[in-house]
Design a protein around this ligand. Structure first.
Ligand code: GSH
Length: 85
Protein backbone atom coordinates (compact mmCIF):
# COMPACT_ATOMS: atom_id res chain seq x y z
CA UNK A 1 0.00 0.00 0.00
CA UNK A 2 1.36 3.46 -0.91
CA UNK A 3 2.08 5.68 2.11
CA UNK A 4 -0.50 8.44 2.46
CA UNK A 5 0.64 12.02 2.79
CA UNK A 6 -0.32 13.01 6.31
CA UNK A 7 2.02 15.99 6.58
CA UNK A 8 0.40 18.86 8.47
CA UNK A 9 -2.32 16.66 9.97
CA UNK A 10 -2.88 15.93 13.67
CA UNK A 11 -5.80 14.17 15.34
CA UNK A 12 -6.97 15.56 18.68
CA UNK A 13 -8.57 12.73 20.60
CA UNK A 14 -8.62 10.76 23.81
CA UNK A 15 -8.47 7.04 24.40
CA UNK A 16 -11.94 6.20 25.74
CA UNK A 17 -13.96 8.44 23.40
CA UNK A 18 -16.01 6.11 21.14
CA UNK A 19 -16.02 8.57 18.22
CA UNK A 20 -12.23 8.78 18.47
CA UNK A 21 -12.02 5.00 18.56
CA UNK A 22 -14.05 4.91 15.35
CA UNK A 23 -11.59 7.28 13.65
CA UNK A 24 -8.53 5.43 14.96
CA UNK A 25 -10.02 2.15 13.70
CA UNK A 26 -10.55 3.70 10.24
CA UNK A 27 -6.93 4.90 10.31
CA UNK A 28 -5.75 1.33 10.83
CA UNK A 29 -8.06 -0.04 8.13
CA UNK A 30 -6.99 2.65 5.65
CA UNK A 31 -3.30 2.56 6.58
CA UNK A 32 -3.29 6.24 7.54
CA UNK A 33 -0.73 7.24 10.14
CA UNK A 34 -1.81 10.51 11.76
CA UNK A 35 0.00 12.28 14.56
CA UNK A 36 -2.15 11.72 17.66
CA UNK A 37 -2.62 14.44 20.26
CA UNK A 38 -4.34 13.18 23.39
CA UNK A 39 -6.24 16.08 24.95
CA UNK A 40 -6.80 14.30 28.27
CA UNK A 41 -3.18 13.34 28.79
CA UNK A 42 -1.91 16.70 27.64
CA UNK A 43 -4.03 19.73 28.63
CA UNK A 44 -1.90 21.94 26.36
CA UNK A 45 -3.41 20.11 23.37
CA UNK A 46 -6.92 20.74 24.68
CA UNK A 47 -6.15 24.40 25.15
CA UNK A 48 -4.69 24.84 21.67
CA UNK A 49 -7.68 23.03 20.17
CA UNK A 50 -10.16 25.29 21.96
CA UNK A 51 -8.17 28.39 21.04
CA UNK A 52 -7.88 27.33 17.40
CA UNK A 53 -11.07 25.44 16.66
CA UNK A 54 -13.40 27.08 19.15
CA UNK A 55 -14.37 23.99 21.17
CA UNK A 56 -12.83 20.97 22.85
CA UNK A 57 -14.97 18.34 21.18
CA UNK A 58 -13.02 15.31 19.97
CA UNK A 59 -12.20 13.82 17.57
CA UNK A 60 -10.93 16.88 15.75
CA UNK A 61 -8.51 16.94 12.86
CA UNK A 62 -6.09 19.87 12.66
CA UNK A 63 -5.22 20.48 9.03
CA UNK A 64 -2.31 22.75 8.21
CA UNK A 65 -1.88 23.51 4.52
CA UNK A 66 0.24 26.25 3.00
CA UNK A 67 0.49 27.93 6.39
CA UNK A 68 -3.28 27.96 6.91
CA UNK A 69 -4.86 25.97 9.73
CA UNK A 70 -8.37 24.54 9.75
CA UNK A 71 -10.05 22.41 12.40
CA UNK A 72 -12.36 19.62 11.28
CA UNK A 73 -14.89 18.29 13.81
CA UNK A 74 -17.16 15.24 13.40
CA UNK A 75 -15.82 11.70 13.14
CA UNK A 76 -17.65 10.95 9.87
CA UNK A 77 -16.20 14.05 8.18
CA UNK A 78 -12.72 13.13 9.43
CA UNK A 79 -13.05 9.57 8.13
CA UNK A 80 -14.22 10.86 4.71
CA UNK A 81 -11.23 13.20 4.67
CA UNK A 82 -8.67 10.50 5.42
CA UNK A 83 -10.31 8.14 2.93
CA UNK A 84 -9.63 10.73 0.23
CA UNK A 85 -5.89 11.13 1.11
N1 GSH B 1 -20.86 13.86 16.54
C1 GSH B 1 -19.53 13.90 17.11
C2 GSH B 1 -19.59 13.50 18.56
C3 GSH B 1 -18.26 13.71 19.28
C4 GSH B 1 -18.41 13.68 20.78
O1 GSH B 1 -19.54 13.64 21.32
N2 GSH B 1 -17.27 13.68 21.48
C5 GSH B 1 -17.28 13.76 22.92
C6 GSH B 1 -16.29 12.75 23.51
S1 GSH B 1 -16.79 11.09 23.21
C7 GSH B 1 -16.80 15.12 23.35
O2 GSH B 1 -15.77 15.62 22.88
N3 GSH B 1 -17.55 15.76 24.28
C8 GSH B 1 -17.11 16.98 24.88
C9 GSH B 1 -17.46 18.20 24.07
O3 GSH B 1 -18.31 18.12 23.16
O4 GSH B 1 -16.86 19.25 24.34
C10 GSH B 1 -18.60 13.01 16.28
O5 GSH B 1 -19.11 12.07 15.62
O6 GSH B 1 -17.39 13.27 16.24
Amino acid sequence: MTAKNTQGLALYHFETCPFCQKVRRAMVELGVDLELRDTRKNPDYREEQINGGGKGQVPCLRIEKAGEVTWMYESDAIIDYIKAL
